[in-house]
Design a protein around this ligand. Structure first.
Ligand code: GCB
Length: 690
């Protein structure tokens, strides 16, 4: 974003320079600066791309594909499994940024944090640590922090059990020790990771869990960032810079669980569902960890919402199969059916074949639906869908990106109030708990990985990007709400180097994710982009009358209409507008509408609606996503007042005026497209027209 702003400022500077100075050398300098920082928001930038060192193609021959993720089923209790939460207050130390190795060198994981001589503080888990205190040093910390807590595994967990430690997510890089033994390492935020820790445990005694977390982003992390060391701007403290437009919150962001499984246990489940002519189908594939290849009998039961048995199946030694559900109650999106988000309960039980002893049971909710697409449309259960929703963020006061059930419940309540049927998990995977909510409420998800503004394309980045997608697909493949995978947001795909990069990336993702379309959000122009040719659905982000032509809302309808047509005409794929919007200070009004006012956000939205309606007449325009659902925090920038204010809701989840307008449109679309009745309070009483 800053990129765009800089660009438009440079263009203005350029014109001023022409007029005032006629100084050829100065003009040349400004042009060079523009090209160096080329962006999609102005055509001038792209007239003559200047080759850059990092833009030169290089070989991906040494590419190593990610090792497939295994396990990580969401922790659920059953007659064979126990789950215990480790959420709460943990001991915490921020390490010295200029000596981030200190804790490792002094082996704090063996010592215990209280013995380091450094005062610890109580840190809530889950939460980002940044905004918990009043100290800028913690908010802006670059480098390592340490967390620690004790826990007490009962004696009953010692025999015939495995004990697992599972983190919902820690941002960015983590190492975990149990009683001083290294137990787990993981990189990339917003994704779960786990390990069996039985061998490190003292049962019936106190155990110590230590975690080190490093928030530094560089050229090979997903997303990319740069750490500037010895920066005079920051008193020689390291400074993290990044181009993406949200705060680089860090810490233990999601819940931490201890859970048990039997020795022979169900380690993984993959589902694929389909609906054809009222018949539902669930294809399942199980992985069972057989220590001694114990022959198993698998019992599968499908129960409906009221607990009635719908289907039952027994498999001997076979761990995959199909359940056919005649007269299925399919999973439908919100406002497409009177019973959206219908979930069955699927139960897998394995028994020892000789004794029939129950070995393990795992139950999970499942929505049965089909997702199909062609070069024009996206279909759920054979019906074309029109997506109306938002780009969101996981973001709130104090907690940052920490999981918060109250916030989650409020967000889903607002999504339904406003009549949205979809959101994009911009710009990283959201919590597993939010995915369960979406399944239950019938809110569709465009599931995005954590690649934002990828700029310096290289082998290591590609490997990490593949891994980010592999882990995401593995985590979310069983959710009915997930209708597409978004592989990136606004990568710099005008660069030549992006072509082989996205060619390789999409080819790989297609080997692990076959039953949903691939998409991404681009802000590059249709004739400069090297990525979308590899996608099934094209999404573009464009800030007409905001980052360019500020104040000129009357250019919007034409520009949006033309751009969508340009994309379609060139690629013949379904088209979505993934981002449009305007920063808006709540309570600030100005007539005639002026930028940053609530009136301007309303004016900008209605202009977009006109373009969308014209585009909807062409089958291939399949969705409109406002940027953003709610205001959110960003890095400190002079154009960000406490953060990005493009929310339709405030950061505190209260509506701005545009929310009322959007609600009318989204419900009216549901009425028009799915014949759903309008909420009674959609229009306020003004007069008796009769
Ligand atoms: C974009 C980005 C999003 C920003 C938004 C903005 O194009 O995808 O992350 O927040 O623009 O408001 O600048």
């Amino acid at each position: 974003m800053l990129h765009k702003l800089r660009c438009s400022m440079n263009l203005k500077t350029l014109l001023v320079c022409w007029i005032i100075a006629f100084n050829a050398s100065l003009v040349f300098a400004v042009i060079s600066a523009n090209l160096e920082d080329s962006c999609s928001e102005c055509s001038l930038c792209f007239e003559e791309p200047v080759p850059r060192e990092d833009d030169i193609n290089f070989s991906y021959e040494a590419l190593k594909l990610p090792r497939p993720t295994t396990g990580l089923l969401y922790p659920r209790e059953s007659e064979t499994r126990e789950v215990r939460s480790l959420d709460g207050l943990w001991r915490f130390i921020k390490s010295n940024s200029s000596d981030s190795q200190q804790g490792l060198l002094e082996k704090w994981y063996e010592l215990g944090l209280e013995q380091t001589g450094i005062p610890t503080m109580a840190m809530p888990v889950p939460a980002s640590y940044n905004d918990i205190t009043v100290h800028a040093a913690l908010r802006d910390h670059v480098g390592i922090v340490w967390y620690e807590r004790s826990f007490f595994p009962p004696n009953s967990w010692e025999r015939e059990q495995r004990v697992w430690l599972r983190f919902g997510s820690v941002h960015y890089k983590t190492e975990v020790w149990i009683n001083g033994h290294s137990a787990l390492r993981h990189s990339i935020g917003h994704l779960p990771f786990e390990a069996e820790i039985s061998k490190f445990l003292k049962f019936g005694a106190e155990n110590r869990l230590t975690l080190m977390c490093d928030n530094r982003l560089n050229d090979t992390t997903v997303p990319q960032g740069t750490v500037v060391y010895n920066s005079s701007e920051s008193n020689n403290e390291p400074l993290q810079t990044y181009t993406f437009d949200f705060f680089n919150y860090a810490g233990i962001h999601r819940s931490v669980h201890l859970y048990t499984t039997p020795l022979v246990y169900i380690s993984d489940i993959a589902l694929h569902t389909d609906v054809q002519n009222k018949r539902g189908r669930i294809d399942y594939k199980l992985m069972v960890n057989h220590v001694d290849q114990t022959p198993c009998l698998l019992r599968v039961r499908l129960l409906d919402k009221s607990g009635q048995l719908v289907r039952e199946q027994e498999n001997t030694n076979l761990l995959d199969g199909t359940l056919v559900v005649p007269d299925v109650n399919p999973w439908w999106p919100y406002l497409m059916h009177e019973q959206p988000g219908y979930l069955y309960n699927l139960e897998f039980a394995i028994h020892a074949k000789d004794t029939m002893r129950l070995l393990d049971v795992y139950r999970m909710p499942v929505g049965i639906r089909s997702v199909e697409w062609n070069t024009k449309s996206l279909f759920i259960n054979g019906v074309p869908v029109y997506l109306r929703g938002f780009g969101k963020h996981e973001d709130s006061d104090i907690r940052g990106k920490g999981l918060d059930y109250a916030l989650l419940a409020r967000d889903f309540s607002l999504l339904k109030w406003v009549g949205a049927n979809v959101y994009r998990t911009s710009h990283y995977p959201y919590s597993e708990e939010s995915m369960h909510f979406a399944d239950e409420q019938g809110i569709m998800i465009v599931d995005e990985c954590s690649s934002v503004n990828a700029d310096i394309f290289g082998l290591e980045l590609l490997q990490n990007h593949m891994s980010a997608l592999e882990q995401l697909v593995h985590r979310d493949r069983n959710h009915a709400s997930v209708i597409a995978w978004s592989i990136a947001n606004e990568p710099r795909t005008a660069k030549n180097a992006s072509k082989p990069y996205f060619d390789k990336l999409t080819a790989y993702v297609r080997t692990i994710a076959t039953d949903r379309p691939l998409t991404a959000a681009t802000n590059v122009e249709w004739d400069k982009d090297h990525m979308v040719q590899f996608l099934d659905i094209i999404g573009f982000n464009r800030y007409n009358a905001w980052y360019h032509n500020e104040g000129q809302v009357d250019i919007i309808a034409k520009n949006v209409y033309n751009e969508a047509n340009d994309w379609y005409n060139r690629f013949q794929r379904p088209i979505i507008m993934f981002e449009y919007g305007a920063d808006t200070m709540e309570g600030f009004h100005m007539l005639p509408a002026f930028i940053w006012s609530e009136d301007y956000q309303v004016a900008l939205f209605t202009q977009h609606f006109q373009a969308f309606d014209k585009l909807r007449n062409q089958e291939w325009f399949i969705g409109e996503f406002v940027w953003n659902f709610a205001d959110f925090k960003t890095a400190q920038k002079y154009h960000r007042v406490g953060g990005n204010k493009k929310g339709v809701f405030t950061r505190n989840r209260q509506p701005k005026e545009a929310a009322i307008l959007l609600r009318r449109r989204y419900h009216a679309l549901a009425f028009k497209l799915s014949n759903v009745s309008l909420p009674s309070d959609l229009f306020d009483y003004i007069i008796d027209w009769s």
